[in-house]
Design a protein around this ligand. Structure first.
Ligand code: GUN
Length: 320
């Protein structure tokens, strides 16, 4: 009976009151990932290999500084040897490319990322910059080689982009299987929406990707068993758009004015949380949802890169 009552109260309606969503905590899940990685890094130390990450920044954007400091903090916690190189905003594209190529050549660097956006007074071809990072060290998964492998479903032979990979990890936490589900992605950026579409597809969902030219986004959203939003628009998705009981993953980080807060603003996602919470089965909060998972997945890719180097060294040793 108790089980039944629990079941009834967790389904959509009981005693006239709609259920509320289970919150999927990125803070908790990312902590578990970091703890697992710390053990893996400790094991690697026995082989005298310490995973290393180089974060290259162009300019001095305040938001990038914050993101980078959380990456450096997570790296220290896991035992990754991380360095942050900041080039001034007067740097030329050639100088940026030369810095990347020298990190590509440096065998002590396992992972290399270029923090985006690039903050320079000079013209920068972002595609050229991200594609100059060696695909073997591209722990952001943003180079066209890694993106191409992902788009073809070659998931075990590439680096998966950190935010979409973190979203998949949060979806796994719900216990809802992706295969056969209807997934909707809002946004088609190279960093979130496009790779998210690919990851869901190769995990066997039927995927619809919405963008600025999609005719009726609320109607598309209403069909989603799993919804991932990376639109960059504060509280765009309303609760009444959602299919009852769906999984909602919110990748948005938007600052909105709020005079009641010390800085006069607060952070909200791309989903209107309070209304979505009344209707979804699972939902990620902002902050504390996808954000910490992005950082954890960067650490995971860096450890994976070092493990691949170690495996190649062992294979070369065996063939001597
Ligand atoms: N800027 C915002 N998010 C990211 C990210 O995941 N990687 C990089 N390189 N830059 C970013």
């Amino acid at each position: 009976m108790l089980t039944l009552l629990r079941h009834l109260s967790s389904s959509c309606c009981y005693g006239g009151r709609r259920s509320i969503a289970t919150v999927i905590s990125g803070n908790k899940t990312s902590k578990l990932v970091r703890e697992r990685l710390k053990k893996e890094v400790d094991n690697m130390k026995m082989s005298n290999v310490i995973p290393s990450l180089l974060v290259l920044q162009v300019g001095n954007r305040e938001d990038s500084n914050l993101y980078i400091s959380s990456k450096m903090k997570a790296a220290a916690e896991v035992g990754i040897d991380a360095a942050h190189v900041r080039l001034p905003n007067t740097v030329t594209q050639d100088e940026v490319l030369r810095t990347i190529m020298s990190a590509n050549e440096d065998v002590s660097v396992h992972g290399l990322i270029v923090q985006l956006p690039l903050d320079s007074i000079n013209h920068m071809d972002v595609e050229m910059v991200t594609n100059t990072v060696s695909p073997l060290k591209d722990v952001d998964g943003l180079s066209c080689i890694n993106a191409g492998k992902l788009s073809r479903g070659d998931l075990n032979n590439c680096f998966l982009p950190c935010t979409p990979n973190g979203c998949m990890e949060l979806i796994r936490q719900t216990g809802v299987s992706v295969a056969g589900k209807h997934a909707v992605v809002i946004g088609r950026s190279k960093i979130v929406g496009a790779p998210m579409h690919d990851l869901l597809l190769w995990n066997h969902a039927t995927v619809t990707t919405c963008h600025s030219k999609t005719h009726n986004i609320p109607e598309e959203v209403g069909r989603a068993d799993i919804l991932v939003v990376g639109a960059g628009r504060a509280e765009m998705v309303r609760g009444d758009w959602l299919k009852e009981g769906c999984v909602v993953i919110d990748c948005g980080i938007n600052h909105v004015p709020d005079e009641s807060k010390p800085g006069g603003k607060r952070v909200v996602g791309d989903v209107h949380y309070t209304s979505a919470y009344q209707r979804a089965g699972f939902i990620t909060p902002v902050p504390g949802g996808v954000g910490p998972m992005t950082v954890a997945m960067l650490m995971q890719n860096t450890v994976l890169s070092a493990q691949r180097v170690l495996a190649n060294m062992a294979a070369a040793g065996r063939s001597l």
